[in-house]
Structures are given as C-alpha cells and as structure tokens.
Design a protein around this ligand. Structure first.
Ligand code: LLP
Length: 428
C-alpha cells in the first residue's frame, strides 16, 4: 500500500497486515478487532527519535501512553528506549508494570485529586503540575526531588478545534506570570531539579509551527530561569506530531521538524546561558502508533434508503474519533481491494445514535455481509477511547510481530458487562 502504510499489502484483492491475511486474522480472533504492527511502531519510534538524537545528544523521547495503553505496545516502546508520559495513576501503574523505571515517567495530570497527587509522588514518577497552587497540596504528602510545571504558551494548534490544548480557551497549563510564581515557590521549597512542559495541540503536520512554539516556550523558560536564577533540568515540548489522515497526504517531514526544533531550542540556550543545558524532551503519542494500527470490522448489513448505508460490527463505541471530532479515517474494503469502487455509502455501526458514522459518502465496491472493512490510523486514540455504550463488550487487540499475530487483549464477553454489579432479587 502507498506511503505510510508500508506494512499493508494488497494480495489478489485481499488486505494483508505485515504478511498475514486479514481474513485469517479475523477468523482467529473475531471482529471488531484492533490489529497493530510491531514493525511499524518500531520504525515510527526510530524515525522520530533518531532525527532528534542525531542533532542533540541531550535529548529524550517519552511515549504518551494515553494514545495506546496496550501493555505489549508499552513494552515494545520501552525496549526501544522510550520513557513514558502518563496522565494518571492508571497509566503510571501500567507503565511501571512493563518495567518503565519511575525516573523515566512524567506524570502530567490536570485537576488532580489529593489521592492522585499522593499516588504520583509515591510512584517515584516526576510530577508535572498543571497549576501553581497544586504545589502546596503536593507538599503535604512529601517533597519530590524533581518537579515540572505545564505552561500554556499562549497559542496552540490542532487538526480540529477539539485537540487544541493551549491558548486562551485551553483548560491546561499556566500563563507565564503564574508560572513565575510557581517556580519561585518550588525553588523556596528546595526542590532540586525543575523542568518546563507544554502540550499545545495534537495532529500537527506543519513544521514552521514547531519552530514558533519551541521559540515561545523556551523564551518563557529562559525568562523564568533568569529571574529566579535556576538552571533547568529539562524542557518538554509535549506531543502533537501529526499523521496524515488521508492516503496521498504528505507525512510529517521529521528531519526538517527535528532541525527546526533543535535549531530554535539551541539558539535560545546560546542566548541564555543561565538556563543551563536542559534535556530536550518530546512526548509523541499518535506519531508512534496511529498508522501502525488497523481496525478490522465485518460488514453486517447493507441498506438502501434515502442514502446507502454499509453497516458493520464496529461503531462509535469501538472507534469514537469520527463521532467526537469529525475525524477522517480511511476505510478499505479489505476483502475486495481489487473490485471497482462503484458505490457511495455511509459506513455505520450498530449504535443507536445518528453520530454513529465511521465515514460518510465513501467510495466503496459492492459489499455483502461477511466482507471485511479495515479502518486505518486506528492505532492511536482508538481502543483507549472505546466504550461499552449500548452495553457492548470492548473489542480485542492483536499485535503482529515476527510474522505472527498474537492476542494482546482479550475481547470482553457479555458476562464482563455486569461484573461487579449485584443482580437485584425481585421482591417476594
Ligand atoms: N503529552 C500530553 C501531556 C498530552 O496530553 C498528549 C495528548 C500527548 C503528550 C500526546 O499527543 P499526540 O502526540 O498524540 O498528539 N484524543 C485526541 C487526541 C488528544 C490528545 C490529548 N493529549 C484524538 O483522538 O485525536
């Protein structure tokens, strides 16, 4: 297949995933099913990591666990040398369970409860606070050796409004003036190592933006370091590195990205020696796993009404992004890749909502119940955002590695849906 989907192949009209036929995978594990390519995840990590590491030695990449928290995916990325960016206790626990050392985990929470702050501290992860006054609450549980604050650099960018995470409307981070106060308090508390963090938006493909936002954040960091006479341990630019949603779109030029970011970063350090030599950190999620995952679904029913609908067993409960953001996912007719795409149809699932559309007005061949569909770019924010809406069990996950397809998360059963609930006994 073209471009970024180099692990997908069309063999006589049948989609193969890293050499294994999609019908074989669907037969063994059922659908709806998330299938990930270990090779593609590894390639993605190396491509972005090496582009930065070649230009700056003092560099680290943390994987944003929220994009795909499957333990086998986490393990693979840990073995590659990634650290972990975790959003809360659940992700910290998962990262630790596959051996991420606490020193390589950054806990970026927001609106944390006391329990979460305490969990973070006791886990040994470095805590990234989203607001200055959280520090006093954290200190009640103990004093961390290292600490970070999340800055709102004043602007951000995202593929859709819902994934812009900085700027005046964002709930995240603090402005420079609040940050200055927060770092002063942290210094007075005697915290030894301090970092600076931002996460300004997701799925960005333009490189000039990255130069501009790096310049903005390092400018804020430099002013704080100078004013308070503190050297910084690290500056974390967050994630947000984009993946094309449509076949034929240009992928993120990572060499150019790394050059622009490292140039802007090092220009700032050269201008502000007071800042020290902080490690440059990035925390990609989507870039590492999105295009390495495919969601396989089986066509259940085809209906012609005012419009044509291709119904399948994956709905907004399985993959939420189209319903939530209007996100575009390519949908391939996995069992009829060589058939003429003569029809236009909306692809829908079994959920009782009219937002339950995986794709609208798509060119597809004539399909029948039993045919397979492959939803692309399903490796990031796919399974992790799935729900049990309409009382449907969560799907399974499979990892293809070394020519073998392996179940890495069991499909839930109907029994799982009522686990933990007492069955009320009727009166009398
Ligand atoms: N670091 C932090 C603190 C984050 O909040 C995020 C994502 C990342 C890193 C990784 O960002 P990435 O490299 O994946 O863009 N559910 C949305 C994406 C929301 C991203 C939220 N934060 C989607 O499906 O498009």
């Amino acid at each position: 297949m073209p471009g970024i989907y180099d692990y997908l192949e069309d063999k006589d009209g049948l989609l193969h995933i890293d050499g294994i036929s999609s019908t074989e995978i669907a037969r063994r594990f059922g659908t709806p099913l998330y299938v990930y390519s270990a090779r593609r995840i590894r390639d993605n990590y190396r491509r972005i990591h090496d582009a930065f590491a070649a230009r700056r030695e003092n560099f680290r990449a943390n994987y944003a666990v929220k994009a795909n928290n499957n333990l086998s995916v986490l393990d693979l990325l840990r073995r590659e040398g990634a650290g972990a960016d975790c959003a809360g206790p659940g992700e910290i626990r998962m990262a630790k369970s596959v051996g991420f050392p606490p020193g390589r985990i950054l806990y970026s929470g927001n609106y944390n409860s006391d329990e979460e702050l305490r969990y973070g501290l006791e886990s040994g992860a470095t805590i990234n606070l989203d607001d200055g006054p959280l520090l006093a609450r954290l200190l009640r549980f103990g004093k961390p050796k290292a600490l970070c604050f999340r800055i709102n650099p004043g602007f951000g960018k995202g593929a859709y409004p819902g994934v812009v995470t900085a700027g005046p409307d964002a709930k995240f981070g603090m402005r420079e003036r609040e940050a200055l106060k927060a770092y002063r308090l942290a210094k007075e508390a005697g915290i030894e190592r301090l970092g600076v963090h931002m996460m300004a938006g997701s799925n960005v493909l333009e490189t000039p933006y990255w130069a501009a936002i790096t310049d903005r954040l390092t400018g804020i960091a430099a002013r704080i370091a100078k004013a308070l006479r503190i050297e910084l341990d690290f500056i974390d630019l967050g994630g947000g590195f984009g993946v094309p949603s449509k076949i034929g779109m240009k992928p993120l030029p990572v060499e150019d990205l790394a050059k622009k970011v490292v140039d802007a970063y090092e220009a700032r350090l050269a201008k502000t020696p007071e800042i020290g030599d902080p490690t440059l950190v990035i925390e990609p999620g989507r870039y590492l796993v999105s295009d390495a995952g495919v969601l396989l679904a089986t066509v259940t029913h085809v209906k012609t009404s005012a419009k044509r609908f291709v119904g399948c067993d994956a709905g907004m409960n399985t993959i939420l992004r189209p319903a939530l953001y209007g996100a575009y996912h390519e949908i391939l007719p996995a069992t009829r890749l060589d058939a003429r795409r003569s029809l236009r149809a909306n692809v829908t699932g079994p959920i009782c909502e009219n937002t339950d559309m995986l794709g609208k007005d798509r060119r597809l061949p004539k399909l029948e119940p039993g045919d397979l569909l492959a939803v692309l770019n399903a490796g990031a924010y796919g399974f992790v955002m799935a729900s049990r809406f309409n009382s449907r069990p969560l799907p399974a996950e499979v990892l293809v590695a070394d020519g073998q397809a392996r179940l890495v998360r069991e499909r839930e059963t109907l029994e799982d849906l009522t686990r933990g609930e007492p069955i009320p006994t009727s009166a009398g």
